[in-house]
Design a protein around this ligand. Structure first.
Ligand code: NAD
Length: 291
């Protein structure tokens, strides 16, 4: 049935996600601190509200898509828990640290709200197109309740495990992505230096054991292989600053878990240097230009 869904955080990702829920026939009650984002959501068929508390007042589900853990915690503790009807399903799709997510979920649970973490893979285009992959952490019952809510925004909705498991999947995935992106850049550049056409290297390695998403589907050398932001001056795509944010979460997570991640640490240092020299806005494949 059509649901009353409060959607908090209507930025690059949340804007498209809320629009897809409205398009699917849900009654979407929208809030963002930015008046501009709120106006865009209204145009997309959502009902705009002036405060979080007003947006969640009679919601059956609440979805948040916010920048970081501190903001997620403050929104839930001040304006959602105790303000949304008891029993409303809480879904946080932001990429945040596991500890904060679990802390918020425990507070929610104590107050009678089931909660899942449901971070996403796929960028702004997938958010707009309803093609995101959701990695969901929570109980079987909470996952079953969340699945139909997420469906209109999703290419895949996967139950990762208990609460926080979605965030663990997200940080591990993006650490792996950073590592194979840097490796792909190095191999493409080395092939060229050693006298092999980069396009030939792409043709060979994309059908050999070097194949990976960065090489096959997002080739970071301009004019080589698959279309990517490299063909457009590294504009658009997934900003290096966002990759650095995710690598910081991954390194904190690894330290917490006592996991050894030497390649992850090296990848973080490489993105840190790249972002610190003013390149945070460039797509993360632009590491190619530093080699
Ligand atoms: P964004 O900055 O475009 O959007 C965040 C929105 O939250 C903004 O509109 C901001 O005004 C709003 N906001 C901030 N504080 C608020 C508050 N207290 N109450 C209400 N609204 C508030 O960011 P984004 O790119 O949409 O990313 C959102 C989340 O999704 C992040 O956690 C990010 O890591 C994650 N993510 C992003 C991508 C991507 O490609 N952009 C991909 C996967 C995951």
């Amino acid at each position: 049935h059509d649901m009353k869904i409060a959607f908090i955080g209507l930025g690059n990702m949340g804007g498209g996600m809320a629009a897809n829920l409205a398009k699917a026939g849900h009654d979407v009650k929208a809030f963002d601190l930015s008046a501009e984002a709120l106006a865009r959501a209204k145009e997309a068929g959502c009902e705009p509200f002036d405060t979080v508390s007003a947006a969640v007042a009679d919601a059956e589900a609440v979805i948040t898509m916010l920048p970081n853990g501190a903001i997620v915690k403050s929104v839930y503790t001040s304006d959602v828990i105790g303000k949304a009807p008891k029993g409303a399903l809480l879904i946080d799709s932001s990429t945040i640290d596991v500890a904060t997510l679990r802390e918020v979920a425990a507070l929610a649970g104590d107050a009678g709200y089931p909660m899942v973490d449901a971070p996403v893979s796929g960028g702004v285009a997938a958010a707009a197109g309803g093609n995101l992959t959701f990695m969901v952490g929570g109980s079987d019952e909470a996952f079953a309740a969340a699945q139909p809510v997420l469906e209109p925004m999703a290419k895949a909705v996967i139950h990762a495990g208990a609460i926080g498991a979605g965030q663990v999947a997200k940080m591990c995935n993006n650490m792996l992505l950073a590592i194979h992106m840097i490796g792909t850049c190095e191999a493409l550049k080395m092939a060229e230096r050693a006298g092999l056409e980069p396009q030939k290297f792409y043709e060979i390695s994309s059908k050999s054991t070097g194949y990976c998403w960065s090489l096959n589907d997002y080739t970071p050398a301009p004019g080589v292989g698959a279309a990517s932001p490299a063909d457009n001056g590294y504009a658009g795509g997934f900003a290096s600053a966002l990759m650095l944010k995710d690598l910081r979460l991954a390194m904190d997570g690894a330290a917490h878990a006592g996991a050894k991640v030497p390649m992850g640490e090296h990848a973080k240092a490489i993105y840190e240097a790249f972002v610190d020299s003013g390149n945070g806005g460039l797509d993360f494949g632009a590491i190619f230009t530093t080699l």
